[in-house]
Design a binder for this molecule. Structure first.
Ligand code: PMP
Length: 296
């Protein structure tokens, strides 16, 4: 994630990672009480561009607000700081990780009056690789949305993600697919899920998922291409009729799924809508296609 020349942003300054320290009594560390984002920048035909910076930083504001974590920077300030960070680190194609946390020594369980902001960036390949994935329906469900604001990107929620993902890997699969508390298919530990049936796409609606920015982009791309996209609840049994599936996320981008449990999709991934959308997504983020879909 860093080398001798790396600089990170911490509370108003660009510093070396080893200077960016945090108390072991920090509230965020003990309670998972922090909000974060994951963005990507790309070398595009118009220079280095962060894909949908506005949407990501608006979601960071939403996440902070959802748990009462103060955030003292506007979307515009956060975006400008991130471009500065990329430039200082001479990065073009990078993954960017902003974290808003309560770093003061505080063992209380009450929202703090102030927060810290950390932003780091590094080169990171497609998070789940390029190969089609073998998923497993996880025995771990997504957290109950009545217990935590699950549509916010809160650090503590990722204990659920890590447990589900590690369990799937331990059982010989590439990744987990989590159901919601009602038994409907929700999403992956760090990505949204789509399946294809009769030339149409299906994905879980808002409720128990993180409403992915890649998910929204892919829905737009599909609709532009005349593909119907249904945002509706579905059960794992319905996946037996699916012809293909894929996951979406900023880090993972668009990645194919070859099987779920014992069910192997018959259609080769290269022939699926997902494979086409993966290409269109790359063209979009690198500025080679459909610029009107780029809001920032
Ligand atoms: N769901 C979860 C649980 C995630 O962590 C992520 C990654 N941020 C996503 C979905 C995909 O969201 P996005 O496309 O905005 O990166």
């Amino acid at each position: 994630y860093f080398n001798d020349n790396t600089l990170v942003f911490l509370d108003g300054h660009f510093v070396k990672p080893e200077q960016a320290s945090c108390s072991v009594y920090a509230q965020s560390l003990h309670y998972g009480y922090a909000a974060f984002e994951g963005l990507r920048s790309y070398s595009t035909t118009a220079g280095i561009r962060i894909f949908k910076a506005k949407e990501h930083y608006e979601r960071l504001h939403y996440s902070c607000q959802a748990v009462g974590l103060p955030l003292a920077y506007t979307v515009e300030e956060l975006t400008a700081l991130t471009y500065e960070l990329l430039e200082l680190n001479r990065l073009s194609d990078a993954y960017i990780r902003p974290l808003v946390y309560a770093g003061e020594p505080n063992m209380g369980i009450k929202a703090p009056a102030t927060s810290n902001l950390f932003i780091a960036a590094w080169e990171w390949g497609k998070y789940l690789g390029d190969q089609c994935l073998r998923l497993m329906i996880s025995p771990y469900e997504r957290p109950n949305p009545k217990a935590v604001p699950i549509e916010a990107k809160i650090s503590g929620h990722y204990a659920n993600s890590i447990v589900a993902s590690s369990d799937a890997k331990m059982k010989g699969y590439d990744e987990a697919l989590l159901l919601d508390m009602h038994g409907f298919v929700a999403e992956g530990p760090g990505s949204n899920f789509f399946f294809e049936k009769n030339g149409e796409l299906y994905t879980a609606p808002a409720g128990s998922i993180l409403q992915g920015i890649t998910r929204a982009t892919v829905i737009e791309l599909a609709r532009e291409a005349g593909v119907r996209v249904h945002e509706q609840f579905f059960r794992p049994e319905e996946l037996l009729e699916a012809e293909g599936a894929f996951l979406t996320g900023t880090a993972a981008e668009v990645v194919g799924v070859s099987s779920i449990g014992e069910h192997v999709f018959r259609k080769p991934y290269a022939d699926t809508i997902g494979a086409q959308l993966a290409q269109q997504y790359t063209a979009l983020v690198t500025g080679k296609a459909a610029p009107h879909l780029l809001s920032t």
